[in-house]
Design a protein around this ligand. Structure first.
Ligand code: GCU
Length: 623
């Protein structure tokens, strides 16, 4: 008898342990659940999950960790509600308040303005599975650490607040009612990317669109296309299929305006490389003529459209050549923040306002700092003729010797390049901003440069560096990382952080490479006027920028400027009452859309460059 009771207890334990192990994701197991990133999402067959999501603020992660601090299997992913009067369920999404997705929580709920921690999101949705279709759940971005569950089953985890991710959910969706639960934690960490210290608001939440992407069993997952040479007009690249019939399958590329159609056969990995010739009447993409062509891929049951531009990009000595011609990048730095009142920007309307201000400034270029912006921003800039510097948030004092930090930075870089590599206006991948000069940092950044080049040999690699030393009246840029970059970026703040530009007579570089002055500027409270020596007045900002421009005009190898910054932006580091109140005031435009006096100074500077009146060394950039 005793034996039977013992064996019964043993079998119960084995069963429950088995159940636990099945439902208790192994460390890192969720990472493996993510699917390869699907690109060209705006042109896919989408079910939009944006809109109202219930939320629960959970600073102690009660929905994920039990009282012994173990990952619980009874977590909020189950989306339970009490079924009996005596049942204990201490949460209820259905009766919890809602947030709008996309959007940060800080500006949707005043009590959460400064909240950093875990928030749960839940969305009920009806779905009708279509025979033969596969379904992927796609997030444009979730800041910072997301764990995703569908119908009670954890399906994926993602770390990084500014790049997309997706997971296959075909097997989890059911006819009719479904639900998705997201645990989002935006706590800052030393080992994170960015690390725990940065000069922008740590907006938490599902800050970009959420879709179900419906595709055939075998579908076109990704592709890369680029113009390689002006004279030969050779266009090359590759296309990647995903699914049971991916290998050794036919894929067709069509460019209707050229009456072009060509078929390729994928290899054993479902990938086909191609090289074709564009017609003589090919119209190149440029800021003046942002020409896009409709492109159609056909593979079995899948048809994928996109709009792409063709241009060439290279560096020749101290010149940056676009379509074989030296250009000057008349730019401005931009944070991904709504034009009025702050909060994450996430839609075309907001993008159009910000980019129209940049056009009014006379820009042909924008530095989208300090992290990849949402896809609609890149595409809107492409349509408006604005070239883009895109950057991963390897910012300030990253945890350089931590392998997990490097792996995270590489993954964010891969996701950024995967998503935007077909946008003709993206010309620079920046691997970081104002990182300190140490051997560990150099090794870390060189690994990122290598990763970027391995994915995309068609674009320029840069980073925002800092002046390394000042010798008497000369500021030297001799950061060793410069040797690995195609284009040098440098942030300087004479007259704001330190002596004025007039006291720095010369700016020199040990490299024979193009320079983009990626940051310079000063703060001003819009509407606050006074003497130009009175800090925070518009006159002070104007004077500092005027002195900066005098210095910039002496730099013969200068090929671009992106003054800091288009618009005042929120930062918890900016604490001066009345003048800052949690805002960084270096904007040329205020957070209410008021153009400060310095806006018109930069506009004149750019008019003089575009007209050929202002040249750099012997190089002019007039029509
Ligand atoms: C730095 C940094 C910016 C910051 C700026 C400032 O250069 O790159 O992110 O906002 O200075 O101090 O305003």
């Amino acid at each position: 008898m005793r034996m039977r009771i013992l064996s019964a207890i043993q079998s119960l334990c084995i069963t429950s342990c088995l159940w636990l192990s099945m439902h208790q994701p192994a460390a890192g197991q969720q990472d493996t659940l993510l699917a390869p990133l699907i690109t060209d999402v705006p042109y896919r067959h989408l079910v939009n999950l944006d809109g109202s999501w219930h939320y629960i603020v959970d600073p102690y992660q009660t929905g994920y960790i039990d009282y012994r601090y173990r990952k619980t299997t009874q977590g909020f992913f189950l989306n339970r509600q009490a079924q009996r009067p005596d049942e204990l369920v201490e949460y209820n999404f259905a009766t919890s308040p809602v947030f709008q997705v996309p959007g940060d929580w800080n500006t949707q709920q005043p009590a959460l303005t400064y909240y950093e921690g875990t928030v749960w999101y839940e969305k009920d949705f009806l779905y009708h599975p279509r025979p033969g279709k596969r379904v992927f759940l796609y997030f444009g971005a979730v800041n910072y650490h997301a764990v995703v569950g569908v119908n009670g089953q954890i399906v994926g985890e993602h770390i990084g607040g500014f790049t997309p991710f997706d997971m296959e959910v075909t097997h989890l969706l059911r006819e009719g009612k479904n639900f998705v639960v997201v645990m989002d934690d935006n706590t800052r960490h030393k080992e994170a990317v960015p690390t725990n210290n940065f000069d922008w608001w740590n907006y938490g939440g599902i800050t970009r669109d959420v879709y179900l992407i419906e595709v055939p069993q075998t579908f076109i997952q990704d592709y890369f296309i680029h113009l390689d040479d002006l004279r030969s007009r050779i266009i090359s690249g590759w296309v990647q299929l995903n699914g049971p019939a991916a290998a050794r399958s036919e894929v067709q590329l069509q460019i209707p305006e050229w009456h072009f159609s060509q078929k390729f056969i994928t290899n054993g990995q479902g990938k086909a490389y191609f090289s074709v010739q564009a017609p003589p009447h090919l119209q190149l993409w440029s800021p003046e003529h942002p020409r896009l062509y409709q492109l159609v891929w056909v593979a079995g049951e899948d048809t994928l459209r996109d709009e792409v531009g063709f241009r060439t990009l290279s560096v020749q000595g101290e010149n940056i050549l676009l379509n074989g011609k030296p250009i000057f990048l008349r730019g401005v730095s931009i944070h991904e923040e709504a034009p009025f009142g702050g909060g994450r920007a996430f839609n075309k309307g907001q993008d159009h306002v910000l980019l129209t201000w940049a056009k009014e400034l006379g820009c042909n270029f924008v530095r989208l700092a300090h992290y990849p912006h949402h896809e609609a921003m890149i595409r809107e800039a492409e349509r408006m003729g604005l070239m883009v510097w895109s950057e991963i948030p390897v910012y300030w004092t990253i945890d350089w010797t931590n392998p997990a930090t490097l792996a995270n930075a590489k993954e964010q870089l891969r996701e950024e390049i995967t998503r935007d590599k077909n946008r003709a206006n993206v010309i620079i991948w920046s691997v970081g901003n104002e990182t300190p000069r140490t051997p560990e940092r150099l090794q870390f950044m060189q690994a990122l440069v290598k990763e970027a080049r391995s994915m995309d040999s068609t674009r320029l690699i840069s980073a925002a560096l800092q002046i390394s030393r000042v010798q008497r009246d000369t500021s030297w840029l001799d950061d060793p990382l410069g040797a690995d970059l195609d284009v040098l970026g440098c942030n300087i703040y004479p007259g704001w952080y330190g002596p004025s530009a007039d006291e720095q007579a010369r700016f020199a570089s040990v490299y024979h490479k193009p320079l983009i002055m990626s940051e310079f500027g000063a703060g001003a409270l819009a509407g606050y006027h006074g003497d130009s020596t009175q800090r925070w007045t518009e006159e002070f900002q104007y004077r500092v920028l005027n002195e900066d421009i005098r210095l910039l005009k002496t730099i013969s190898f200068l090929r671009g400027t992106t003054p800091w910054i288009l618009k005042d932006f929120r930062s918890p580091k900016r604490l001066l009452p009345y003048f800052q109140d949690g805002w960084n005031r270096k904007g040329l435009v205020s957070d209410r859309g008021q153009k400060k006096e310095a806006f018109y100074l930069i506009r004149q500077f750019y008019e003089d460059i575009a007209s050929g009146k202002t040249c750099f060394g012997s190089q002019c950039f007039g029509p």
